[in-house]
Each structure stands twice: as structure tokens, then as C-alpha cells.
Design a protein around this ligand. Sequence first.
Ligand code: ZN
Length: 235
Amino acid sequence: MNPTAQLSGNVHFPLPPLDSETPTSARTGRTKRGLADTTKRWPAGVITVAIDLRDQKSKALVIDAIREWAHNTPALQFRVVDGREGDIRISDDPGIKRNWSAIGTDAKNVPLSEPTMHLERLDDSREFRANALHEFGHALGLLHEHQNPEHDINWDIDAVYEGYTSEHFPKELVYSQFLKLPVGDHLLVTRYDSKSIMHYDFPDIVTLDGRGVGANTHLSEGDKAIVRKLYKLPT
Ligand SMILES: [Zn+2]
């Protein structure tokens, strides 16, 4: 959720292509909220999360964020270790840019020597923790909520491209991270939830009806519900 050059405020600096190359989906219930790729769901059991961060405060915030998700994933347990060896590997390497994560089990396709998630170091604890929650949601298989096919955002397409395209964030990435709506039989699509931690915040001016969305910093009830559904105990 870093500012871009063009827009002030908490504009989430979007993610590399790794984050959004998600096909497919099935529409199931309407009572829960969110968007997830069921083909990238982790099997029930223990996931090792390796944390390679430079300071204790960041580590504590990431562990706290993982714990918040873990309360809502009955089929998964998380074993958090220091270092770089794990199923999910979180780094704040300053040589790597932006906040991003592999989607769910796409992490298995990442070379073992590389992180599967990157978080930029921030002094603002609240924002850093929110970023960790968002990226860990991707690591569990969740997709962007503002790309939920049922969203009611009235994008001003020209303003979106004008506001977010930059040297480091090409137009194609703006499309794939903001506007593209995933489709397919393997998606778990539930009711649109503007309070989701998986939703970007954006200002009024990138919409035609002046309805921006503020920064979400905690899991919404919809976030909890969709991962409970995705990771319910095997029966
Ligand atoms: Zn994201």
C-alpha cells in the first residue's frame, strides 16, 4: 500500500505478475464473501513458513498477521521458523521491490533459493501489518477482492491507467492488478466485499461515481469466512 508518484494517499503499490496469473473458477455459495483460486489451495496439514526479515518488530508483526489468518484455517497449521527454508518464504530483501506473494501452492514452483513472498520494510507498523495480512492472503490462495467479478466499482478506466501507470508499473500490470476479472470453473467466487484485506484502497478520482475505497487493515468477516470455507477440516 505504497504511494505512487501520481496519486497521493494509501495507494497499494501493486504486485508482480506472479501475483495475478490466476485462471479459472467455480461459483459457489453467495452467503460468504471473497475470491479464491481453489486449484492453489494447500493440502490439509502443516505449512512451514520461513521468515527472513531484518528486525524483530517486523517479524513480530508478520507472525501476528499469520496468527490472525491461522485462527480461520482449521485444516492448516503453520510452523514458523527463522531463515529461508520453508514452504512459504518471506523476505524483506531491500534488493527486491514491492509487496507481492505467490498465490497459494504456486509457491512450490518458486526456486528454493528464492522467497515466495516479499514485504517492503516499513516504519509504519499498522501499514506493514496490513501488507503482511494482504500478502499472506495471497499465499493462502486468495485473489484481489476489487477483481471479484461481482464488484460494483465504477472504474474510470482512463483515470486508473493515468494514475497508476509508471516506469516501474507498466500498463499491463495496471490492467492485471486492478481491472482484469478472473474467470473459470476453479474460482471460489462469493459476494463482493469492499472491507476485505484483499481489496486495494483507491481514491474517489479513479471512479466515475466518486466512490473510492479506504485502506482496510484487518481481516473482514468475509475474509475469515472464505478461508474457513477454503480450509475447512476434511470430513
Ligand atoms: Zn495483492
